[in-house]
Design a binder for this molecule. Structure first.
Ligand SMILES: Cc1ncc(COP(=O)(O)O)c(C=O)c1O
Length: 429
């Protein structure tokens, strides 16, 4: 197969056109093995429309201009909405649905972390914190980055936010000008291109191959970089493929990045601790010459099962972090004081979260092994064994075009997911 993303055996059936290149949509076909919920949102068109409503009195007619900003139009709605709605409707009708779609551990937040949050409330630690986060938490993050990642930062080079998602969006907003290109290897976490669009930047999607474990080929990167290239987003371990970039490949990428003075790198390391030996994690900023141009993002949601606490952070050169800080100061202000206390406790669990985290990683590994083995027994199904995170990105294209009894034709990954929901009450996306 010359290029799995362009061939007819592609793992997706509805390629989306971004400019001139057809790239895979990160849509049905992905399984997350710790998940329960799907994000669900729907956006209106921003064409100019006037809604006529009767005023409360019932006498007057009020006209409301319901047109939206073109920015909203530029953002694509989640492709998982329809199927999630269907699953929710089934669940509401009393059908038990196995949800394998959302990127959320099914473990509860470890007790020591939860107690730190409870204590924060009891002790009245419930006021605004500094915008960038408490010095206590930022110092703990500096310590973690030094010990675990070999990265030296001072607290003024750290910005704590309401989740890593906010950290990434603020970074994109802070460094990209309209028309800049944000380079994103596919398959990607669906939010990256949309964040680029929100910043009026252009997402440039670089294909990867299943045969190369979905890792970015440095030659492809080199061929796509232009003067407009502003930000390369790397995610390792990856959502949705579970690929982990080995150090020698990151070294090669770094050598290419170094030739482009305008190019910065956002290294999303949120799945860092969820990694399966012998794979090991390398922080991009630790590579020669990369500290100055790398924004390292990490958070607490995944490894510490803290999705609802909304806590993430960015580390980078002061100039860039201060810019993100400024955006945050007019946006949400600091993260929750309670969550920040819990974050300190999480980082206090020891190297890579200590035993508490390694227990969860062990469970994820067992689930990965089970699913890889089970799907591996299905004829024609292709996948690359995840080395980290908790997702499987599966090529089911062998089933497309076949008739399923009582369902009809399985046209593509979307209809396959519908079929699985119908027949087995399992939600994939
Ligand atoms: C790759 C990646 N980065 C960042 C995030 C954001 O995590 P949070 O905002 O919960 O910290 C997620 C969540 O799904 C993710 O998968």
């Amino acid at each position: 197969m010359a290029n799995s993303l362009h061939s007819s055996t592609s793992f997706i059936s509805n390629p989306v056109n971004f400019g001139h290149s057809k790239i895979p949509a990160q849509i049905p076909g992905s399984v997350s093995f710790p998940s329960r919920y799907l994000h669900n949102f729907n956006l209106n068109k921003s064409d100019r429309r006037v809604l006529r409503v009767m005023a409360c009195s019932g006498v007057e007619e009020v006209q409301v201009d319901v047109s939206l900003s073109p920015r909203v139009n530029a953002v694509k709605p989640s492709k998982t909405v329809a199927i999630t709605d269907q699953a929710t409707a089934l669940a509401q009708a009393g059908v038990s649905v196995i949800r394998l779609a959302a990127g959320e551990p099914d473990f509860d937040t470890p007790v020591l972390i939860a107690e730190a949050g409870i204590n924060a409330i009891r002790e009245g630690f419930t006021r605004y914190t500094p915008n960038a986060g408490t010095l206590e938490l930022r110092s703990a993050i500096c310590h973690k980055l030094k010990e675990e990642n070999g990265l030296s930062y001072t607290p003024d080079q750290i910005l704590v936010s309401n989740g890593a998602k906010q950290s990434i969006l603020q970074a994109v907003l802070a460094v990209c000008s309209p028309g800049d290109e944000v380079i994103i290897p596919a398959p990607f976490w669906v939010s990256y291109p949309e964040m680029a669009r929100i910043a009026d930047a252009t997402p440039v999607i670089l294909p990867t191959r299943i045969s190369e474990n979905f890792l970015l080929d440095p030659k492809v990167l080199e061929s796509k970089l232009t003067e407009k290239s502003r930000l390369l987003i790397l995610c390792s371990p990856s959502n949705p493929t579970g690929s982990v970039y080995p150090k020698n490949l990151l070294d090669e990428i770094a050598r290419i990045v170094a030739k482009h003075p305008r190019l910065l790198v956002l290294s999303d390391e949120i799945y860092e601790h969820i990694i399966y030996a012998p794979a090991t994690h390398t922080s991009f900023a630790s590579l020669p010459g990369m500290w100055e141009r790398t924004l390292t993002v990490n958070g607490f949601s995944k490894a510490f099962a803290m999705t609802g606490w909304r806590l993430g952070y960015i580390a980078g050169p002061k100039h860039f972090v201060a810019a993100c800080n400024k955006i945050q100061s007019q946006f949400t202000s600091g993260a929750s004081s309670i969550s920040q206390k819990a974050g300190v406790a999480a980082l206090g669990l020891g190297y890579a979260g200590g035993e508490v985290v390694s227990k969860m990683v062990k469970a994820f590994r067992e689930r990965r092994d089970f699913l890889v083995k089970s799907f591996g027994e299905l004829e024609g199904v292709k996948m690359s064994e995840p080395q980290g995170a908790f997702y499987l990105f599966i090529d089911f294209s062998t089933y497309y075009g076949s008739e399923a009894e009582g369902f009809g034709k399985i046209e593509n990954s979307e209809s396959l997911c519908r079929y699985l929901l119908d027949k087995a009450q399992v939600l994939l996306h």
